[in-house]
Design a binder for this molecule. Structure first.
Ligand SMILES: Cc1cc2nc3c(=O)[nH]c(=O)nc-3n(C[C@H](O)[C@H](O)[C@H](O)COP(=O)(O)OP(=O)(O)OC[C@H]3O[C@@H](n4cnc5c(N)ncnc54)[C@H](O)[C@@H]3O)c2cc1C
Length: 440
């Protein structure tokens, strides 16, 4: 009975990847999802489930059947005693944050945006920063999965434990994630302090910064020594904000986009733009206080290409200095600001980039001013080369050039994940082009 729509064009948030699914579904119940899988089986079609469509790669693309989970977005249970919440996989974290705060709860850590689905963020291993905190999938204590065969599997540390270890970072290839149970914490406010520094200072005192602030990260402005250090820590102070439309939008968005567009004709301008905007927007101390999710989230205004690899934390300094030297030695290779450097605790999730090691994530970007692509191949390859040299693992959501051979070397538990995937989806119903590169 379920109805699929033809002629829908899917595009990710940055409009860098897209596809035209033959049929596009927005189911409202498990029964409907099961019917879609049955129809796909009968017609020999593949299926891709999509959440918020934010992944900056083709991981969520398909030309066959696409299931958008936006209508399966209920909160199913709040266990105040255990401080756990069970939600349907399609719920956006933006809705979950608000609902949790009504119960005096919150997620302990979040990425930069919340217009993303619960099942989507764990699908790709979304992370934020804070060396005492793991990536978002580490907050998951249970989930349920509708597999290609139409069975529902409940998974946790104690039930279907192997499948749980795989499904906490599932890549969308194990089945349809129906529900997710998150371990929460009591609601909290954060005090954010941003202040200027230099790359040398931050790298020489990395340990101190990591100890000084629970959610420490920094932004490096390529082609310069400039750094903006950002500390975020729980506080009892009353909310306060230093937001200003003029500086945030008129300067930080409209003027910047215009200048970046001009620089597509004169690439050497990028170096001056990075320095000028650091001086304009990041050279003085700024403080904000708000409920945690409003500080964790920030507005990503520009459509952009990104790469974000996790390297062992002890390699942070060497890798970043090597990237800086590569830019200095190749004046034609330009890099937009910022390079965002974040940290995460090691974990035991099979396909987590932080598997068994504390990690540093180094996120590089190239904006697309007015939708125009800026040449980035040289920068991208140089960055990937450095990340590989230091034992890096790419963020699953973000485009990379790795294939199965690379992942076999990077992930000790890769064969275990493959064997769970092959057992749950022997015909490859949940594969697409991105995943074929990962598994074949
Ligand atoms: C502006 C912006 C800011 C970002 N900030 C960060 C950040 O701070 N940190 C970070 O780590 N990442 C960040 N990302 C990346 C983002 O967090 C991930 O791409 C995340 O996976 C997006 O969630 P989504 O719901 O949009 O997933 P989608 O892109 O829709 O899907 C991701 C994967 O999950 C699968 N999937 C989704 N729902 C289901 C389901 N119910 N069952 C089975 N599979 C499913 C899809 O098939 C796909 O494989 C950012 C992206 C953007 C565009």
């Amino acid at each position: 009975q379920v109805h699929g729509q033809g002629g829908v064009r899917f595009q990710n948030w940055a409009k860098t990847y897209g596809s035209c699914p033959e049929l596009y579904f927005q189911p409202t119940s498990v029964e409907e999802v099961r019917e879609i899988l049955e129809m796909a089986r009968q017609r020999g079609k593949r299926v891709k489930v999509v959440g918020g469509g934010h992944s900056p790669s083709d991981i969520a693309c398909t030309d066959d059947f696409m299931i958008q989970m936006g209508k399966m977005n209920r909160i199913l249970k709040v266990d105040k005693e255990k401080q756990q919440v069970t939600v349907e996989g399609g719920i956006f974290l933006s809705d979950l944050n608000i609902e949790l705060s009504k119960h005096g709860l919150a997620l302990a850590n979040l990425g930069a945006v919340s217009e993303v689905a619960a099942a989507g963020v764990i699908g790709t291993g979304t992370h934020n920063t804070g060396i005492k905190h793991g990536i978002l999938p580490t907050q998951v204590v249970a989930l349920s999965l509708l597999t290609a065969s139409g069975d529902v599997l409940e998974c946790s540390e104690s039930v279907n434990a192997d499948i749980f270890q795989a499904a906490r970072l599932h890549l969308g290839c194990l089945g349809v994630v129906l529900t997710v149970t998150f371990q929460c914490v009591p609601q909290f406010h954060l005090h954010e302090v941003a202040f200027p520094s230099t790359l040398t200072e931050v790298l020489d005192h990395l340990e101190d910064h990591l100890k000084r602030s629970q959610y420490f990260r920094f932004l490096w402005f390529p082609h310069s020594e400039n750094v903006s250090v950002i500390y975020q820590d729980p506080t009892n102070k009353p909310p306060s904000s230093s937001a200003s439309w003029f500086w945030d939008y008129a300067v930080g968005y409209y003027l910047l986009e215009f200048l970046l567009w001009i620089s597509t004709f004169v690439p050497s301008l990028v170096c001056w733009i990075n320095r000028f905007f650091f001086w304009l927007l990041f050279s003085s101390r700024v403080e904000n206080v708000a409920v945690s999710y409003k500080i964790f989230n920030y507005e990503c205004r520009f459509k952009q290409h990104v790469q974000d690899w996790a390297i062992p934390i002890e390699k942070t300094k060497e890798a970043l200095l090597e990237l800086k030297a590569a830019l200095e030695n190749n004046p034609k290779m330009v890099a937009h600001y910022p390079v965002e450097v974040r940290f995460a605790r090691g974990d035991g999730i099979w396909l987590s980039p932080c598997f068994q090691r504390d990690s540093c994530y180094m996120n590089i970007i190239m904006y697309r001013p007015y939708g125009k692509n800026v040449p980035r191949l040289n920068y991208w390859l140089t960055y990937e080369g450095i990340m590989k040299k230091y034992g890096g693992r790419p963020h699953w959501a973000k485009a990379h050039s790795c294939t199965r051979k690379d992942f076999e070397k990077m992930y000790p538990a890769f064969p275990k994940f493959c064997s769970v995937r092959e057992k749950l989806d022997p015909t490859g119903m949940f594969l697409n082009t991105y995943l074929e590169k990962v598994f074949y």
